[in-house]
Ligand binder design. Structure first.
Ligand code: DGL
Length: 265
């Protein structure tokens, strides 16, 4: 497909697929390159300098190879740190994924919101600035999960993951009086793109019902706005999946739904 646009979606692993599926739905005619930097996964375990030193040159190589029209950094742990560096270094448009604190606080009725992210994301200055600017009087609880991204990857790969292991990672999001629906957390921001992979289990295991905020549809709208009107009549284009570890594509069949059913190259 010569005149289709190329969108590169980047994450540390498979979490960015939850963003990819929304972008694919919004831009079905595009060609997709999904890059999982699994050789460096999980980003949440690396310090800030290491992530900048890893992602900025790697993105330069990926841009050189794939010549994308737009890059989605489908990773909060990276976006909250490297977006400004990437925009300074490369002219391609970047769309990031950052904690959806503003819409969460705007919709919370109990004024208690929790942000569930990697340990890296919740300690970022970027995240603290979002709270300062957009908490709108809400009490915001930051919950840094050490292992939930890895558990989500393992579950997607078919490994049995216990309810207890998952609950231990996100239980601190639930703050306040469990018996009083007006005085407890009512909104949880999914501030890591891996977590929507576990959404059914998060809902089932939650001590009480909350609204789970996944920014992926908003990111897809932003991508579409930046790329402008779609080329009419362009059929579905292709998709490539790249693992920086060069591991075999054993998961391909399971991953095709995230690519809108495209066969993966
Ligand atoms: N998917 C990444 C995010 O959105 C995090 C996973 C990791 O720690 O590498 O933050």
């Amino acid at each position: 497909m010569t005149n289709s646009e190329t969108i590169l979606v980047f994450d540390s692993g498979l979490g960015g697929l939850t963003v990819l599926r929304e972008v694919v739905a919004a831009r079905p005619g595009a060609h997709y390159v999904y890059v999982a930097d699994d050789a460096f996964f999980p980003y949440g375990h690396h310090d800030e300098a290491e992530i900048i030193a890893r992602v900025v040159p790697l993105m330069g190589e990926l841009i050189g190879t794939h010549d994308p029209d737009l890059v989605v950094i489908a990773c909060n742990t990276a976006s909250t740190l490297v977006l400004s560096h990437l925009r300074a270094a490369y002219s391609v448009p970047f769309v990031g994924t950052v904690p959806a604190i503003k819409p969460a606080c705007a919709q919370s009725k109990t004024r208690r919101v929790s942000v569930l992210g990697t340990k890296g994301t919740v300690k970022r200055e970027y995240t603290k600035a979002l709270i300062r600017d957009f908490a709108q009087g809400c009490e915001v609880t930051l919950v840094g999960s050490p292992e939930l991204a890895s558990l989500a990857e393992a579950a997607l790969g078919g490994s049995p993951i216990s309810d207890e292991a998952i609950l231990a990672e996100f239980a601190p999001c639930f703050v306040g009086d469990a018996a009083d629906a007006s005085a407890r957390t009512d909104t949880v921001v999914l501030a890591c793109t891996h977590y929507p992979l576990l959404l059914d289990r998060l809902k089932r295991l939650a001590p009480w019902p909350v609204a789970w905020i996944d920014p992926a549809p908003a990111i897809a709208r932003r991508v579409s706005d930046l790329l402008g009107a779609r080329t009419s009549g362009v059929a579905e284009s292709g998709a490539e999946m790249i693992f920086t570890s060069n591991r075999a594509h054993g998961l391909s069949a399971m991953l095709t739904p995230f690519f809108g059913g495209r066969a993966l190259a």
